[in-house]
Design a binder for this molecule. Structure first.
Ligand code: MG
Length: 388
């Protein structure tokens, strides 16, 4: 894209600093997180981006149809402007191709000094998107930090900025990964209080997984196959069986490229078939109409809140079911997604609950329901400041 021409150099008001290894000095970010009072007079007139790698530790090994792991690398971003600080996050499960190195490489290329106004969200994020292809999570980390910053400057949560009713948040599912029966039972026990469970299928024991969960709870289930099924007729038989077991939708049954089998299953299925791996960004949705019943939108896939907002509205206009998901993330990423949740049919926002070393506190799950905080921006507090 063409870089917007503005009188930005005149004030030299915005500065980008990447600090993978060298923390930004002179920061007044307190150990308890954002603190307006401490920083009331700290008018820098500059937008300062810094970033730090962090590794999430998972409470249980996370096993999908195609992989298993116990950690997730994330990059935490911090965007400072005058006396305000916004935080963002890039969560980068290895199978998606991003890493601490690629995120640092991408973020180091950004030069936000060409923008004189942090409220030019559309222009700033269009510029960020134009710097390099892909790098979806790294782009999302800037989008989140910018939205958090704007909300804090306005002193309102994002949902209020967008005119959304916090009472209309959905229940969130809690994910039960593919595992041995005793571990599955332990996970279901941990999930008591959730009003819907998401069961990972696509392994060798799909029916056993469902039966074990059903023995322990009668809450509705949704299933995520993570591209694990191959045969359309076996898939349809399975979907019919799943409906009898109280399953409410099926996510990504076949390989992301397998449009023929997916469209056939969607046309014949008694349950909605939701795209996850097959949908990345806004431009993907038009081609999925008629192939899937709905889309699972994740900030880390789609470059952040700005694009997610557009995707939700496009999918809605196309008559598709809308789901909001997440990766394993800190409460920063999950709380950001939660701000959009009054708009969606289903939420799968449990990524912060799957880790043992969160560094933010924000959105809560209360009696199974996404519950937004009234704090400004993304709605989080820092509980461990890794930038110190
Ligand atoms: Mg999925």
């Amino acid at each position: 894209m063409a870089i917007p021409r503005r009188s930005f150099f005149k004030n030299s008001s915005l500065l980008l600093i990447g600090s993978l290894l060298v923390p930004v000095t002179g920061s007044s970010c307190s150990g308890s997180g954002w603190n307006r009072n401490d920083r009331r007079n700290a008018r820098t007139g500059r937008l300062i981006l810094s970033y730090k790698p962090y590794e999430l530790h998972l409470k249980h090994a996370f096993t999908l149809a195609t992989s298993s792991r116990t950690t997730t690398p994330v990059m935490i971003t911090r965007l400072e402007y005058d006396s305000y600080t916004g935080y963002g996050e890039a969560s980068m499960p290895p199978y998606l191709g991003e890493s601490h190195e690629t995120a640092a490489g991408f973020l180091s290329k950004l030069n936000l000094s060409i923008f004189a106004d942090p409220f030019l969200i559309e222009d700033i994020l269009e510029y960020v998107d134009s710097i390099a292809p892909d790098n979806y999570a790294a782009k999302a980390s800037v989008d989140l930090a910018l939205h958090d910053l704007i909300g804090k400057i306005l002193n309102i949560p994002l949902y209020k900025m967008w005119g959304l009713d916090p009472a209309r948040t959905p229940n969130t599912s809690f994910t039960i990964g593919i595992d041995k029966p005793d571990i599955v039972r332990q996970k279901v026990t941990e999930a008591s209080g959730f009003k819907i469970l998401k069961v990972k299928l696509g392994g060798s024991n799909d029916k056993e997984m469902i039966d074990i969960v059903h023995e322990m709870t009668d809450v509705p289930l949704c299933v995520d196959v993570n591209q694990g099924w191959k045969d359309r007729k076996e898939a349809l038989e399975m979907v019919i069986w799943l409906k009898e077991k109280g399953v409410v939708f099926v996510e990504q049954p076949f390989n992301r490229e397998d449009r023929d089998n997916t469209a056939w299953l969607t046309a014949n299925s008694p349950l909605p078939i939701i795209a996850d791996e097959a949908v990345q960004r806004l431009k993907d949705i038009p081609g999925l109409k008629g192939v899937f019943s709905g889309v699972n939108i994740k900030l880390m896939k789609c470059t952040g809140l700005r694009e997610a907002w557009k995707m939700i509205n496009y999918a809605r206009a196309a008559g598709m079911t809308v789901m909001l998901g997440c990766m394993t993330e800190t409460s920063c990423g999950v709380s950001a997604a939660a701000q959009l949740s009054p708009l969606v049919d289903f939420a799968d926002l449990d990524g912060n609950l799957l880790i043992s070393n969160d560094i933010f506190e924000g959105m809560k799950v209360v009696e199974g329901k996404v519950t937004l905080s009234d704090k400004p921006g993304i709605g989080t507090d820092v509980i461990k400041d890794i930038f110190r």
